[in-house]
Design a protein around this ligand. Structure first.
Ligand code: CP3
Length: 344
């Protein structure tokens, strides 16, 4: 049967008169209804592992705005948690994990096939969503890319320059590569289970790919993405994959062909004209409005939204932000962006 959901049509390479639209972090703290449900759950991780409440927050932006896609509510750091890395979140600061810097730290991690009991609530959330979503809304599953997840596991927290991960790569490349390998295998199992539970598309977030240069980019961002995408395509033919190697600049060129991704998500450091000429030539692209427009709104938001739609109109395009929406965004600006894209 020919695909009818706009998001899946764009992912299969169709150029649509109006691009489908969704937003990274669309379920999040800028929405009062999210803040309310999160308070009910207790903390952020409890929300991720509570299938009923995670389903509810995933649906909130769909009800409010009618986006073309819904993204599973979870976090890229649930994989390290499932591997045994003791994840917790410090309010106002971010994630903390036990660090992986020695062979004995690594030896304590579980195997790639031993994560599913821990992640069962996430698979339940996907099943709930597959049931609850309106017919035209596509369900996106996701995982963090091995490098990005490794940067948090090695440092035990977020780091501005991913210094500890680069240091381990330099000082003990065998251990570093064993971790990347474990994460690659776990990510394949995790995404595969999300698809079996009903995800119609999956996205691989490599938020820190921009700090890998040259050979390191090829070995630790591109090669793991290729291995994950090949294996997922082998197990689940026809399920499209969006890759987001954030802030890689020139390395966006050819990334879809090198990895087999159906779509490359763009951050806002590249111009839409450049990306149309250099990246969209290989297939669908997603992006790339600056998140700060969701805070500031006004004519600048309208102008830049139109600019992006115009620049990508001759090829497959999914409208999105260049990164996640921030907690200080005004929900009314999200509606203004959607109305502008849809020409309302
Ligand atoms: O996009 C969505 O709506 C789906 C859910 C989703 C979340 N995180 C929920 C979340 C997705 C796809 C992510 C991905 C994620 N998580 C990434 C990659 C994308 C990116 O933003 O670069 C990364 C690096 C993480 C790790 C992470 N999670 C950090 C560093 C933080 C703390 C910083 C922050 O924004 O508070 C989180 C927390 C987090 N993940 C929140 C949400 C809605 C905020 C938690 C809260 O409610 O307090």
């Amino acid at each position: 049967m020919a695909e009818t959901k706009p998001l899946l049509r764009a992912l299969s390479g169709e150029t649509l008169p109006t691009p489908p639209i969704w937003m990274m972090r669309q379920a999040g703290r800028y929405l009062p209804e999210y803040r309310e449900t999160r308070a009910q759950a207790g903390d952020f991780l409890s929300l991720c592992y509570n299938s009923d409440l995670a389903t509810e927050v995933t649906l909130q932006p769909i009800r409010r705005y009618g986006f073309d896609a819904s993204i599973l509510f979870a976090d890229i750091l649930l994989i390290p948690d499932a591997l045994g890395a003791d994840l917790w979140f410090v309010t106002g600061e971010g994630p903390r994990l036990s660090t992986i810097t020695t062979e004995s730290d690594f030896a304590k991690l579980k195997g790639a096939d031993d994560i599913h009991d821990h992640l069962a609530p996430v698979y339940q959330t996907v099943r709930n969503l597959a049931e609850a979503l309106p017919d035209e809304v596509a369900l996106i599953g996701f995982a963090g890319a091995p490098w990005t997840v490794a940067t948090y596991m090695i440092a035990g927290r977020g780091t501005p320059d991913q210094g500890p991960a680069h240091q381990l790569m330099a000082e003990n490349v065998t251990l570093f590569e064993a971790l990347i390998d474990r994460l690659t295998a776990s990510t394949i199992e995790y995404l595969s289970m999300q698809i079996r539970a009903g995800a119609e598309c999956v996205k691989l977030f490599d938020s820190w790919a921009g700090s890998l240069k040259g050979e390191a980019f090829l070995k630790y961002a591109q090669a793991p993405a290729k291995r994950i995408i090949e294996e997922i395509k082998d197990r689940h033919p026809g399920v499209p994959i969006i890759a987001f190697p954030r802030e890689v600049g020139e390395n966006y060129v050819g990334f879809a062909n090198a990895t087999g991704a159906d779509c490359v998500a763009l951050d806002n450091s590249v111009s839409p004209e450049w990306a149309a000429a250099n990246v969209q030539v290989d297939g669908c692209v997603q992006g790339n409005l600056k998140s700060s427009h969701m805070v500031t709104g006004g004519q600048a938001l309208i102008d830049e939204t139109r600019h992006i739609v115009e620049a990508f109109k001759n090829g497959p395009h999914i409208f999105n932000l260049g990164h996640g929406i921030t907690p200080d965004a005004d929900p009314a600006n999200v509606q203004l962006m959607i109305d502008t894209v849809r020409g309302a």
